[in-house]
Design a protein around this ligand. Structure first.
Ligand code: UDX
Length: 437
């Protein structure tokens, strides 16, 4: 099939390359010329495992291209909207500017029978309005909502082998015909047994934010338990293992630590609260405020912990921070707990040196006042405390004896509960972690 993909960021670039892998012909359209240039040369503008290989494969087939010219969408019949919906400045609500301009860009090039497929995360009610815009221009074109659940770091895998498809559609013959076209796009995964839920537009939009709210709640739940553990001398890791064995609860997303960040969970729960307020059901989501607060408190707690291990003050202390990305296998620093804590410690008088395997460039753009270095060795040299803030495998596997030879004071805060306290203490370290004795 001939497909256009509007927006070539984390979602769109992976989607475009994946659709070519599935046998389709795809043009990716983005308003940022550098993004288009980089993708056209087979270089992913951000770090995502497997994407460079997928781009190379796609470009070699001749069926993948990128451009800033929306007019090329005229050759396609299925158009995916994959642009970002960031948090609006100064408020919780989502900024829909990019979604609206993507729709405005595609509409003049639609023909009868074309299908516009929204994948961006939007406040419920948006898709219905966008469908009207599409059909005012071309009554025989259809808009479906097909939310995307990919995780950064696993984006290629999640796109090629999703755990479910959700289609939101109007209950008309034309919309059902459009859904059948989308089935053709996803034919391989559907034939492989990936479940599909067909529902109305409102439910499809809600599914995405409900899923992210649930995940955020799960993380904040275990972080709230970590606060209890800190007050009682209990161990949140053992607690998570024990409750996680209950299949109704499950162990995944129960890792206590610095909490959630990134381009999705924080802004999605806020936009969801804002939308609930507009709909007059704000009480239904009041708990998400608490989820957000628990999450933010973890960052404050780590700064306090740094102060404690440094003997009461971090002023003038050299602190090494291992990790800048919001999670491993990503160079994304949007709302990164690691960077947020690093910046706070620096603002409170510490001399902070940050390292990360992939995210240094992005981090330095965001927080130019922090010091950055490529290697753990440089970061920890002379450090009076080390904070493990992102659980990259190379940090989890660090040899405590090797590290001890490089720091000034052997004090470590395990912000992701990913080190073995017994091993580190045996190697002579003062080991502290969130929610652990
Ligand atoms: C998330 C959703 O998982 C994905 O389905 C959606 O499409 C986009 O948002 P992503 O932002 O890539 O994906 O990250 P995710 O893996 O969900 O992690 C989010 C944050 O939670 C990270 O900062 C991570 O460190 C943190 N986290 C995750 C925890 O603190 N504890 C956990 O147990 C799991």
């Amino acid at each position: 099939m001939k497909i256009s993909v509007f927006g070539c960021g984390y979602l769109g670039a992976v989607h475009a390359a994946s659709m070519v892998h599935l046998g389709h012909e795809v043009v990716g359209i983005d308003v940022v010329p550098e993004q288009v240039e980089s993708l056209s040369a087979g270089r992913s503008p951000f770090f995502e495992p497997g994407l460079d290989e997928l781009l190379a494969e796609g470009l070699a087939t001749g069926r993948l291209s990128f451009t800033t010219d929306a007019a090329v969408a005229a050759d396609a019949t299925v158009h995916f909207i994959c642009v970002g919906t960031p948090q609006r400045h100064g408020e919780f609500a989502a900024d829909l500017t990019y979604v609206r301009s993507a729709i405005d860009a595609v509409v003049p090039h639609l023909g009868p029978g074309d299908v516009v497929v929204g994948k961006s995360t939007v406040p419920v009610g948006t898709a219905e309005r966008l469908r009207e815009t599409v059909q005012e221009a071309v009554p025989e074109a259809e808009l479906l909502w097909n939310p995307e659940f990919l995780r950064e770091g696993f984006a290629v895998e999640d796109t090629l082998r999703p755990d479910r498809f959700v289609y939101g559609l109007a209950d008309t013959g034309q919309a059902h015909a459009a859904a059948a076209r989308l089935d053709e796009v996803y034919a391989a995964a559907l034939a492989g047994g990936t479940p599909k839920i067909e529902t109305d537009l409102a439910t499809a939009q809600l599914v995405k934010v409900a899923a992210n709210s649930f995940l955020a709640t799960k993380i904040s739940f275990i972080n709230a338990m970590a606060e209890l553990c800190e007050a009682t001398g209990a161990d949140v890791k053992g607690l998570a293992d024990a409750i996680g064995h209950d299949a109704r609860i499950g162990r995944r997303f129960l890792n206590a630590g610095l909490g959630f960040g990134g381009g999705c969970l924080p802004k999605d729960i806020r936009a969801f609260m804002a939308r609930a307020g507009e709909l007059g059901v704000d009480q239904a989501l009041t708990f998400l405020r608490e989820v957000d607060s628990i999450n933010m408190r973890r960052r404050v707690r780590v700064v306090d912990m740094a102060r404690e291990v440094c003997g009461g003050s971090i002023v003038g202390r050299r602190i090494a921070v291992l990790g800048a990305a919001f999670k491993p296998d990503s160079d994304d620093v949007r709302d990164s707990p690691a960077l947020s804590v690093a910046a706070q410690m620096q603002l409170q008088g510490a001399y902070v040196v940050v390292t990360d395997p992939k995210a240094i460039d992005n981090a330095a753009k965001k927080w130019p006042d922090l010091s950055f270095t490529d290697t753990v060795e440089d970061a920890v040299s002379g450090a009076e405390a080390v904070l493990l803030a992102t659980e990259w495998p190379e940090y989890v596997g660090i040899d405590p004896t090797w590290l001890k030879g490089r720091v000034r004071e052997a004090r470590i805060i395990d912000g992701r509960n990913c080190l073995d306290p017994a091993v580190w203490r045996a190697a002579g370290w003062t080991y502290r972690a969130l929610g652990r004795p």
